[in-house]
Design a protein around this ligand. Structure first.
Ligand code: NAI
Ligand code: MG
Length: 352
């Protein structure tokens, strides 16, 4: 029976990079004999403007039936970013308990890192971001709007179950990689939630004696990621710390256009969602120049999650080989190719 994938191209360059990725996925499916079926959903800021909502009321129930979700990007000038985020992405992440946000970072061959010393092969790490609780909570409020004593309060929520499961995921992942985990903290300044985070990490570490680990304060960790990115293997952090670190790490890797992400429900109760890290890039939308690599890499993670590890590895290898040449990489990577040319080269390599 076919595995069913819900596709949400979204706004701006989202549809361009998703369409390109479908071409590569079709090639991988042919070569590896995969039975993948796709349904497209036009949920987006465009839909919000026309119909008043990013997705239909039963949107989440529709998605629930799928094996995975592939998303381009959402966001468009004129629609506030919190509408596109809280009207689509965050409900998907939370309703489907996608408690791990996984963001691999590598300096790929053919990509110039802004760091002088970061060469391909030197940087190869994964940020594991807690994705459903922490600082991104709905608990809090505003009072006395418009008066001099106006105030805002927002509570962070760290639960033992929530920290344990994401930390366990990170330790497990470290075990399959370099055997080294870094926990992002700030327990010197944030005196309740982050000491709690540290305690849980230390407790769980006892279950993974084969993984070396340490804790770093987020400020120092940010500096070290720039100064010695090659030192890190798996980094685990709360929702906010993980968000910031993964964008920083993606910048270190050279281009936002190549960074992938997976929002995972590791229990597989619900569909997981795969999306590039970049947004809808209104400045280059419609020009056919968007870098499809972030979405292609995300699709490779999707194949992996669906149990097709070889196919996923094949796709990523084809992408890596393709962007080595300036003729088959996009302008953000110093190349001359358009989106289609990149993906046609990727598909040809897969079929070869
Ligand atoms: P952005 O990632 O869309 O663009 C930042 C810069 O990177 C732009 O100069 C853009 O041209 C470039 N860029 C991004 N992706 C690229 C690609 N694949 N190839 C070549 N260049 C690329 O971030 P920005 O401008 O802050 O946000 C634009 C819209 O996207 C906003 O509405 C924002 O809310 C939304 N957004 C959505 C995300 C999502 O759907 N997960 C994530 C980030 C932003
Ligand atoms: Mg971010």
């Amino acid at each position: 029976m076919a595995q069913r994938i819900a596709v949400i191209p979204g706004d701006g360059i989202g549809p361009e990079v998703v369409e390109a990725t479908r071409t590569a996925l079709d090639a991988v499916a042919d070569v590896h004999g995969l039975d993948l079926a796709y349904d497209d959903f036009d949920w987006s800021c465009r839909r919000y403007v026309e119909q008043g909502a990013m997705m239909p009321e039963d949107g989440l129930d529709i998605l629930r039936e799928y094996d995975a979700i592939l998303l381009g990007a959402v966001g468009w000038p004129g629609v506030p970013d919190h509408v596109s985020l809280w009207g689509l992405l965050i409900p998907i992440r939370r309703t489907f308990r996608q408690y791990v946000n996984l963001r691999p970072v590598a300096v790929l061959e053919g990509v110039q890192s802004p760091l002088r010393d970061a060469r391909p092969g030197d940087v190869d790490l994964v940020v594991v971001r807690e994705n459903v609780e922490g600082e991104y909570s709905e608990i809090g409020g505003r009072m006395n709007r418009g008066f001099p004593d106006e105030m805002a309060v927002q509570e962070s929520v760290f639960t033992r179950a929530g920290v344990t499961r994401v930390v366990d995921f990170a330790f497990d992942l470290a075990r399959t990689r370099g055997g080294y985990l870094t926990s992002a903290t700030k327990s010197n300044g944030i005196v309740h939630t982050l000491p709690f985070w540290d305690e849980v990490v230390a407790e769980r570490a006892a279950e993974f004696p084969d993984v070396r680990w340490d804790a770093e304060h987020i400020d120092a960790l940010a500096a070290k990621l720039v100064l010695e990115p090659g030192r890190f293997d798996v980094i685990v952090g709360s929702n906010l710390f993980g968000d910031i670190l993964s964008d920083l790490a993606a910048a270190v890797a050279g281009s936002i256009g190549v960074a992938p992400s997976a929002n995972l429900d590791p229990t597989r109760t619900f569909p997981s969602m795969f999306e590039p890290v970049h947004g809808s890039a209104p400045d280059i939308a419609g020009q056919g120049t968007a870098d499809p690599v972030g979405t292609l890499w995300s699709a490779s993670m999707m194949l992996d999650h669906l149990g097709h590890q070889e196919a996923g590895a094949d796709l990523l290898a084809a992408v890596r080989a393709t962007i080595r040449s300036p003729a088959t990489r996009t302008r953000d990577l110093g190349g001359t190719a358009g989106t289609r040319e990149v993906v046609e080269a990727v598909a040809a390599r897969i079929r070869a």
